[in-house]
Design a protein around this ligand. Structure first.
Ligand code: PDD
Length: 301
């Protein structure tokens, strides 16, 4: 089979602005050999990098935990991302104000001869790209989505947004094979998260999600949902959530950079609540859209 033909999208690799088909890394990059790196996916509304500081907080936490140096200031990260966002809009003859994009940032430990131990002073590989953001469809919002459940067979450091994603790839494929939008994972019958999203339940008007710990990736939407709940007067709790509670919930929601908040109406073939997206979803979705609009209005000039 010939190699996949990549679209000529703008990207940044180790200090150079280039196009995806021309961006090349060494076969000895530890990202390639070990999946030794971290990444971020940031939504961009209009030209505004949505929740940029929070994504940077998480990137910096991940790099520090993996002991990978970060040679860039936040201003430099922002400059790279904003330049790619502008280049993309220009290349596609699109109005950047109207275009929703995502920015993908990846930092690996860089190039070294193969040895599991972390090399003492690595030169990280830095890769950034952008593409169009595809939001959930109208029918997904109206009808809700189907999910399946699976054991969480991933590792014990799920709080790191690492590029070692084979566990997530397997989990996601379980859903794909079943025709489901997401796979909801449990560790010993306790809810952890989706293959690439956080999972929330609503019971008696209270939004409940698993605590921030090593068993889940704390999505940037954790903080955002806390803000929206407090604005909308929705009580929110972070605590362990059992499988039985998920299956008996009034509403189940997914959250991520690309899914925003999305209602789940079917789990393993059984209806969630009355089988329709619920009122707490509707409130949070409306609040989320308002937050996006506010971000657009604060875009750089
Ligand atoms: N995934 N949990 C996991 C395992 C994830 O991969 C993601 C996001 C989330 C939600 O995080 P956030 O709200 O910051 O997007 C939770 C991204 C979108 C991805 O891998 O493409």
């Amino acid at each position: 089979m010939p190699p996949a033909v990549l679209p000529a999208l703008p990207c940044f690799l180790n200090g150079e602005y280039t196009l995806l088909p021309d961006a090349k890394i060494s076969v000895m990059d530890r990202g390639f050999i070990f999946g030794d790196g971290v990444y971020e996916v940031l939504p961009v509304y209009g030209r505004c990098l949505f929740r940029f500081e929070q994504h940077m907080d998480r990137l910096e936490r991940g790099l520090a935990e993996l002991r990978i140096p970060n040679h860039r200031t936040r201003a430099q990260w922002r400059e790279i991302a904003e330049r790619l966002v502008a280049d993309f809009a220009r290349g596609n003859d699109a109005d950047p104000e109207k275009l929703d994009q995502l920015v993908y940032i990846q930092v690996t430990r860089g190039v070294a001869m193969r040895d599991h131990a972390m090399p003492p002073s690595p030169t990280p590989t830095v890769f950034v790209m952008t593409n169009v953001m595809k939001p959930p469809s109208e029918s997904e919002r109206r009808e809700g989505v189907a999910c399946v459940t699976a054991q969480d067979f991933r590792w014990q450091k799920a709080h790191i947004k690492t590029t070692s994603l084979l566990g997530a790839v397997f989990a996601r494929q379980i859903g794909v094979d079943a025709g489901a939008t997401e796979t909801i994972m449990f560790r010993d019958d306790w809810l952890s998260e989706g293959a690439s999203s956080n999972v929330w339940i609503v019971k008696n008007g209270v939004l409940v999600g698993p605590p921030r710990d090593n068993r889940i990736l704390e999505g940037i939407r954790y903080g955002l949902l806390e803000e929206l709940c407090s604005l909308e007067g929705i009580p929110m709790e972070l605590r362990p959530v059992s499988r039985a509670e998920v299956l008996a919930a009034d509403e189940v929601l997914l959250s991520s950079a690309t899914k925003e908040v999305l209602p789940v109406t079917l789990i393993d073939g059984s209806a969630v609540g009355d089988g329709r997206p619920g009122p707490v979803y509707a409130q949070l979705h409306a609040g989320y859209q308002a937050a996006k609009l506010q971000a657009r209005l604060r875009r750089p000039s």
